[in-house]
Design a protein around this ligand. Structure first.
Ligand SMILES: [Zn+2]
Ligand SMILES: [Zn+2]
Length: 551
């Protein structure tokens, strides 16, 4: 047993709480004097060969029957230098047990740092001592609940968060009263160690909408990574299902996902550092779950997000997302090949340090008709089916707005461009689908809308989210903060909170937004939630909806 032999050289293998070990990442480079190895001499693995256990797996370890079993999550797997058979496994324990045979540490082993956790919470054992945590495979769920409740009173607050398998639909809320009933403290996803970027994003993606649900259920294909199922299971059974069923996800469940993302993607620091939602989404959607990008651009590229890229227009005091969106698409001269299921739009700002507009109104409905390649449109002058598009006519008119006034029927195109100011324009033909052309004379050309369902906001590097709890213009909005409150100091925990914001629908309406913008020119006198949604919007999430009965 490599472990016990080197017991004396293991840093901080006692339960001495008074002397926390340094978590300085530089200690990675520190040489172990007795062995002369560095961490890079260890062959790193993702899974324990021949088992189902991998980074992020929940395991139990027997302490040779002396003190019974201990439980934890695998955070590191590797083969020590010079030894080919014994796979070493680093485990972060659920609580701080007193073990007779296994030294406890803070993620260091033999003087080298493999991961970081609280002192007294890490053990390193050979792989043959790890077994799947029986509490999560046994049907005896009462036992599970009991066990967890005992630990979490100290570490997470007295709310259990057992894993839930199967398929749980998103919540659908119809009235403010209904939303009010489910709101409160200890609701949503519990924040921990700078996780707000991830909590706010996950809450937006899964609580009240199914637009991302294919990620939870797609079977792995030959191109998927080996840990595909592990990540999917943690995301679905430990985060999304508990969120939807009990409206609470404890931070250790999220940490399992963070660990996996950190290990399996090129994005580092996901377990502890401050990150942005797009870094998390890139890691999860693109690198790990291989989700088909939502946006297919006419240029042939594809993407998960759309960054608004505009020149500042000094005349705009309260630009809407729709206005900026049209400006941005117009200036890039790019279109989308099809209507996306989900449109994630990043505001023209760079993190917390720079924002182009002090206030932006997130449009509740996004009209995407004009940015879809060859989508049937109306001539903006006469209303007939448009045959041509003239990009240079964008914004050249008093009437109409943005991209809408770039579409023309043949006759209006000619007439309109006889004007000296416009006769050098170069219009392009719109390729109308054949079937549509046949029907066009008998119907109004429909416009294509997407519905705003979430606004992720940032204020002094803390992310929070506004999420619509149902569909349609009257669905109430919920405000979510994974770190709304905190209990205890260093060893305490965060209290997440969901708040019903009945005024938000009014504030997001054209009328309401104008009124509040004019009556409160100073941000300091804006109501708190209004200030956040107008001044701090970072990312707006839109979903396509088949039932656009309003507008
Ligand atoms: Zn016309
Ligand atoms: Zn023109």
């Amino acid at each position: 047993m490599i472990l016990n032999k080197n017991k004396t050289s293991v840093e901080g293998n006692s339960n001495d709480e008074g002397q926390p070990k340094s978590s300085n990442p530089l200690s990675i480079a520190v040489k172990d004097e007795s062995l002369g190895h560095t961490i890079s001499d260890y062959q790193r693995l993702i899974e324990i060969p021949g088992t189902e256990l991998a980074i992020g797996s929940l395991v139990e370890v027997s302490d040779s029957g002396v003190c019974g079993d201990v439980y934890g999550v695998i955070r590191w797997i590797g083969i020590p230098p010079g030894i080919s058979k014994n796979v070493l496994v680093g485990i972060e324990l659920e609580d701080e047990p007193s073990l007779k045979n296994i030294p406890l540490s803070d993620g260091s082993y033999n003087g080298l740092r493999f991961f970081t956790c609280h002192q007294g919470r890490a053990i390193f054992v050979t792989s043959d001592r790890c077994k799947t945590d029986r509490r999560f495979t046994d049907k005896d769920s009462y036992h599970v609940g009991n066990k967890i409740t005992n630990n979490q009173e100290i570490n997470f607050g007295a709310v259990a968060c057992p894993s839930i398998s199967g398929s749980v639909p998103p919540l659908r809320i119809h009235s403010s009263d209904e939303l009010q009933k489910i709101c409160g403290k200890f609701k949503g996803i519990q924040g921990h160690h700078n996780s707000c970027y991830l909590d706010a994003t996950l809450f937006s993606m899964f609580t009240f909408t199914s637009v991302f649900d294919s990620i939870l259920y797609r079977s792995p294909g030959p191109k998927d990574i080996r840990n595909y199922r592990d990540v999917q299971k943690v995301l679905r059974d430990e985060i999304v299902n508990p969120l939807r069923k009990q409206l609470f996800v404890r931070s250790d469940s999220v940490m399992k996902l963070r660990e996996l993302l950190d290990q399996l993607s090129s994005v580092s620091g996901l377990t502890c550092e401050e990150k942005d939602p797009e870094e998390f989404l890139n890691s999860l959607l693109s690198q790990i779950m291989r989700v088909e990008p939502f946006l297919k651009l006419s240029s042939g590229q594809d993407s998960y997000f759309y960054q608004l890229f505009v020149d500042k227009d000094e005349k705009l005091t309260l630009p809407t997302v729709q206005q900026l969106f049209e400006q941005s698409f117009h200036s890039s001269n790019i279109k989308l090949k099809e209507v996306p299921s989900c449109f994630i739009i990043q505001m023209p700002r760079f993190g917390k340090s720079y924002k182009m507009y002090p206030r932006i109104l997130p449009s509740q409905v996004l009209d995407v008709t004009d940015i879809i390649e060859n989508s049937p449109r109306q001539c903006f002058l006469c209303g007939k089916l448009a045959e041509y598009e003239c990009n240079e006519c964008f914004g050249s008119l008093q009437v109409g707005s943005g991209l809408e006034c770039t579409a023309f029927c043949q006759q209006c195109l000619v007439t309109f461009h006889m004007h000296a100011k416009r006769n050098n324009h170069v219009p392009t033909k719109i390729c109308i689908p054949k079937d549509f052309r046949i029907m066009a004379d008998h119907m109004v050309v429909p416009r294509v809308y997407m519905e705003l369902f979430s606004v992720v906001c940032i204020e002094t590097s803390h992310y929070v989210a506004f999420v619509k709890s149902g569909s349609g213009p009257d669905a109430p909005w919920c405000f979510f903060d994974s770190m709304a409150d905190r209990k205890g100091e260093q060893n305490g925990y965060n209290i997440p909170e969901m708040t019903c914001v009945p005024e938000l629908t009014q504030w997001l309406s054209d009328e309401g937004a104008r009124s509040i913008n004019e009556t409160s020119p100073n941000d300091k006198v804006l109501p708190d939630h209004a200030k956040r949604i107008f001044c701090d919007a970072y990312m707006c999430l839109y979903q396509s909806t088949d039932t656009m009965m309003y507008h």
